[in-house]
Design a protein around this ligand. Structure first.
Ligand code: SF4
Length: 328
């Protein structure tokens, strides 16, 4: 796997998330309940970087990505894209945002219509923006070239491709309108390990050649480690630690991050990391009934009395490294 691109960063903020929450009203045991998927999350993403959000399944990272791309509406908080509050965008302004911010879904099998040929799948977003037939034909060939697929692909159906090729098509469709920011939601987790690196390398090459910014959502720290400039660690809807990839992997501060890092396989040593569950006691609590105070306290080996009473404050170690724990 190639290392991340450092020459695309110019340091300017492209996306700001301020106090974002997403709660769902659900029925639980025949009663109304609130599922707190994302709680008061704040961070910034800089132009040209790969900002990763990691955590166990159910921590709220995919919901966060969907709120940022405005596929769903947040319950509270704001998202600014290039200085503009996207929560206030309606109709045509929201359509224009779709050009600039795209989303790559986890599963290439279900994210394309199996009855449509690739030509129709890739041209759909272009037609939605009323491009000419001549431009669309030319753009389709450019898109296939960008993702290293042969022009013959245009006349085939999705089922005629391998999983890795299908994810290349999904990436091509996301690139069709020339976005500058892409939310990648577990883009390789449905793929065989043997093709994961190829798709990750492709995303890296595209970032470099097109100057893209990625919000990369993953539970796989061994992937995140190689491709991220900065990483936010989520637990039960909150960011518990945020730092540069280098610092977070070398010097994790939050007990949850430390447990996650200890579970990352160390390929260079030929060793296997222990599954997270073996490093932490108990199950991840339900977001329907999160623990009081620090949500991690029911599994934390260092929990104290105060951890059940108060949400821990965010402690800043530097401009690029912070964590939320009472013991820091
Ligand atoms: Fe553990 Fe308490 Fe820190 Fe939470 S606040 S991570 S429970 S020590």
């Amino acid at each position: 796997m190639k290392e991340l691109n450092s020459d695309v960063l110019d340091g300017s903020v492209q996306l700001q998330v301020q106090g974002l929450s997403k709660h769902f009203d659900v029925k639980h045991q025949k009663r109304k309940a609130t599922l707190r998927a994302v709680n008061e999350v704040s961070f910034e993403v800089r132009k040209g970087e790969t900002f990763s959000v990691v955590g166990e399944s159910g921590c709220g990272k995919s919901t966060l990505g969907r709120c940022i791309a405005r596929l769903i509406e947040p319950s509270a908080g704001k998202v600014f894209f290039e200085g503009e509050d996207i929560g206030g965008l309606r109709s045509n302004a929201l359509r224009q945002l779709r050009k600039r911010v795209q989303f790559i879904f986890q599963d290439p099998y279900s994210s394309m219509n199996p009855r449509m040929r690739v030509r129709a799948i890739l041209s759909e977003p272009l037609r939605n923006f009323d491009h000419s037939e001549e431009y669309i034909e030319q753009r389709l060939l450019e898109l296939l070239q960008l993702v290293s697929l042969h022009p013959d692909a245009l006349d085939k159906f999705p089922h005629q491709f391998s999983g890795g090729q299908r994810q290349r098509l999904v990436i091509a469709r996301a690139l069709a309108l020339e976005p500058s920011f892409i939310v990648c939601d577990e883009p390789v987790s449905a793929l065989d390990v043997s093709v994961q690196a190829q798709v990750i390398n492709l995303l890296g090459d595209l970032q470099k050649s097109l100057g893209l910014t990625y919000l990369f959502i993953s539970h796989d720290l061994s992937v995140v480690r190689h491709i991220s400039h900065r990483v936010a660690v989520m637990y039960l809807g909150r960011i518990v630690e945020l730092g540069t990839s280098q610092e977070l992997f070398a010097n994790p501060q939050h007990p949850y991050t430390q447990a996650l890092m200890a579970a990352v396989p160390r390929f260079e040593e030929g060793a296997r990391g222990a599954p997270i569950g073996e490093r932490l006691k108990g199950e991840i609590p339900s977001p329907l009934n999160p623990p009081s105070g620090c949500a991690f306290r029911t599994r934390c080996p260092r929990a104290q009395t105060i951890c059940a009473q108060t949400v821990p404050p965010v402690v800043r170690f530097s401009d690029d490294h912070s964590a939320a724990c009472h013991l820091l």
